[in-house]
Write a protein that binds this ligand. Structure first.
Ligand code: NAP
Length: 258
């Protein structure tokens, strides 16, 4: 590579804009932010592999409208067979361009009272799940010399969150994973970013005790965020227009002040 060579010159992936023809997999897509993301991606003509654990009537309704673009993969994201199924489905429709790891859980407790099971289960879904889907997504991306990984983290990973030590630690783990992946696979034209939303109007945010929701919202300069709006940011990060964004954390919290 010479100093005068541009990144687009090397990679040659810019220029076609939008999401037409892109293959994007989203984990935890049955509801909440994952479902909103699938909807935006489909509206922008991406080919979407929507992974879900529980049956999701909303996903099945989308399948009626977007039968040619939407592919469903059921399974527990903490199991390797699910990661394999996502990767194989992507290969079957042309190869995975973008992986969005969104599936997550909380098991909130003050740390001294937190059962070991609550720690382990959160790590299993949020972090082990990320490792597994990444590992199997990367194989095809390396082969095809193109890939984008987007990890949905949280503001909690950056500033901590009372009662959510397990969740915050699991999300912070995604930051280390993403940076390492970016370094290991840049030479294969693979990029990796973390997306860190603040409090949202979707499932995990709405499940917090009301006083904690108010406290978090009070510090958010623009108030509580919407799943729809964060989904649009994910769609941007999944597009070729974001090809120069790599090895970083994109904060989508509207700004916070303490
Ligand atoms: N909501 C917020 O305020 C907020 C703030 C910052 C970051 N985030 C992040 O945004 C993402 C989405 O959150 P959300 O609010 O949309 O949460 P949500 O509505 O609870 O959705 C979580 C999704 O993860 C899936 N999931 C959970 N355990 C799974 C497992 N073992 N295997 C496969 N899928 C599993 C759920 O599937 P089931 O339907 O089967 O349970 C669900 O579809 C998460 O990564 C979260 O950490 C959210």
């Amino acid at each position: 590579m010479t100093a005068s060579t541009t990144r687009k010159g090397i990679w040659g992936m810019g220029g076609f804009g939008g999401l037409d023809g892109r293959v994007v997999a989203v984990t935890g897509a049955g509801r909440g932010l994952g479902l909103a993301t699938v909807r935006v991606l489909l509206e922008r003509h991406a080919r979407v592999i929507a992974h879900h654990r529980s049956p999701s009537p909303e996903l099945f309704r989308l399948l009626d409208t977007y039968a040619d673009l939407l592919h469903l993969v059921p399974g527990d994201v903490g199991e390797e067979s699910t990661a394999v199924a996502i990767a194989e489905t992507a290969t079957g429709v042309g190869g995975l361009d973008v992986l969005v790891h969104n599936a997550a859980i909380t098991r909130d407790q003050p740390l001294v009272r937190m059962p070991v099971e609550a720690w382990d289960e959160v790590m299993r879904v949020n972090l082990r799940g990320a490792f597994l889907v990444t590992k199997h997504a990367l194989r095809g991306m390396i082969r095809r010399r193109y890939g984008r990984l987007i990890y949905v983290s949280s503001l909690s990973a950056v500033i901590g969150s009372t009662g959510q030590g397990n969740y915050a630690a699991s999300k912070a783990g995604l930051h280390g994973l993403s940076q390492s992946v970016a370094q290991e696979y840049a030479r294969f034209n693979v990029r990796s970013v973390v997306l860190a939303p603040g409090l949202l109007d979707t499932g995990l945010g709405a499940a917090l005790p009301v006083e904690i929701q108010h406290r978090k919202a009070d510090h958010a300069l623009l108030g509580r965020g919407s799943g729809e709006s964060v989904a649009a940011t994910i769609a941007f990060l999944a597009s070729p227009d974001a090809d120069d964004i790599n090895a970083t954390v994109v904060h989508v919290d509207g700004g916070v002040a303490y």
